[in-house]
Write a protein that binds this ligand. Structure first.
Ligand code: COA
Length: 379
């Protein structure tokens, strides 16, 4: 027994597993999926190719990609009871609804009760397809629209925007969203992936492990940060002058508040995903003839760099990007799920394939042992 804590706070720097999925070098700002640099993937791949890569740890052939696209298209339609349940949930807590509905999807899965590797793989594909429809439909219902059937011709990203907005997206918007999904698909042993792997290591089913991931992603220190960024931008206001932008950031720092969208446990340089999202935010703003949110974001970035030497993370420019794509703030974190479900399922499958129960120890820092027990009548 010790009295002073020596365990690494937040498990910082602790290597808790080995994995063939994601390579992360925080010093050099490198992110790669199965050895493929995120910049190459963002330039040339699609979300479906990245899903295949994460699940099978190699890029698909044309035929394999075609098969995956067909499987995803078949699985995109939600079971009717899920849509009914969706309508019965309070509309204002979208992430809570996603958590509940992902859990409910397990009951309607044709492979329910079968946790053998082929069934878990099929469930990974189905979950990835269904979560896109689920989040798009939640967004559509919240905006007062009727659920849209997926369009079999469109890919995953364009289908999401189509089912959300009721019209096919422009090529730029569809591609931007495809890249955003790729950028968020995996990130090594982040908190939600760790949670999913801990759950999977008990040999619980894949839906249960993914629910653990969704629940963990929800927190404002993790996936919830993109929504917090947009709330901060809206508080500053589209018409704010430079003084107001600078004063808001300085005020938050003076109050020792964390500025959402900045800082990272691993990166000591720019988050490589942010590079693409910054560009996307600018390009989409230009297409929409409104670069104001981009400009305010850039100004906040400059102030943070000057005052705290802290870089933006993936969440910062994803806020103005999604906003410019016409997506409501409540959907920002659920969209993270649409993408990260690919990484979570890949990690869960990897955990199943080489499993050992994850059960670390805690350093005890409580009252001295032994304490004298005083019966309740004498206390
Ligand atoms: C991501 C995050 C949780 C990492 O936390 P962490 O590794 O535990 O880092 P710490 O909270 O210990 O921060 C280290 C230092 O940087 C500062 N810092 C980190 N992120 C900051 C932020 N967003 N705004 C202001 N200061 C920040 C801390 O105040 C601390 O400074 P100090 O040493 O002077 O006290 C943290 O940066 C954060 O809360 N960011 C905002 C939320 C966010 O964007 N999350 C999404 C992550 S992808």
């Amino acid at each position: 027994m010790t009295t002073g804590a020596t365990a690494a706070a937040g498990l910082e720097g602790v290597v808790a597993t080995s994995s063939k999925i994601c390579y992360l070098d925080g010093e050099r700002g490198v992110l790669a999926y199965c050895g493929y640099d995120i910049h190459d993937l963002a330039r040339s791949a699609t979300f479906e190719e990245v899903c295949y890569l994460l699940w099978h740890r190699r890029l698909p052939t044309r035929a394999e990609l075609g098969d995956l696209q067909s499987e995803l298209a078949r699985a995109r339609l939600l079971p009717e009871p899920i849509v009914r349940m969706m309508r019965s949930l309070p509309p204002e807590h979208t992430m809570d609804a996603v958590r509940t509905l992902v859990s409910a999807l397990a009951h309607h899965d044709p492979d329910v009760g079968d946790d053998a590797p082929p069934a878990s793989m099929r469930k990974a594909v189905r979950l990835t397809a269904q979560v896109g429809t689920l989040v798009a439909t939640l967004g559509r219902l919240a905006a007062g629209g009727a659920p849209m059937l997926p369009d079999p011709v469109l890919g995953h990203a364009a289908n999401f925007l189509y089912m959300l907005r009721g019209e096919r997206p422009s090529a730029l918007a569809g591609r931007a969203f495809d890249v955003a999904l790729m950028l968020h698909a995996d990130h090594e042993l982040n908190a939600s992936t760790f949670a999913a792997r801990v759950a999977a290591a008990t040999l619980t089913d894949i839906h249960s492990a993914i629910v653990a991931g969704v629940a963990t992603l929800k927190g404002p220190l993790h996936g919830g940060a993109n929504a917090e960024v947009m709330k901060m931008l809206e508080t500053i206001g589209e018409d704010a002058d430079d003084d107001r932008v600078v004063a808001t950031v300085r005020g938050m720092l003076a109050r020792k508040q964390k500025v959402p969208g900045f800082g990272h446990r691993v990166y000591r340089t720019e988050d490589p995903r942010a590079t693409h999202l910054r560009q996307m935010s600018r390009d989409l703003g230009r297409q929409a003839n409104n670069t104001r949110w981009f400009e305010i974001s850039q100004r906040i970035e400059a102030v943070m760099k000057a005052e705290k030497q802290i870089d933006v993370n993936v969440d910062f420019y994803s806020a103005s990007t999604y906003h410019t794509l016409g997506i409501a703030v409540d959907l920002f974190t659920p969209i993270f799920v649409v993408s990260r479900v690919a990484g979570w399922t890949a990690h869960v499958l990897e955990q199943y394939a080489n499993n050992r129960l994850i059960r670390p120890r805690a350093e005890y820092i409580g009252p001295e042992y032994p304490q004298t027990f005083v019966p309740i009548a004498s206390r």
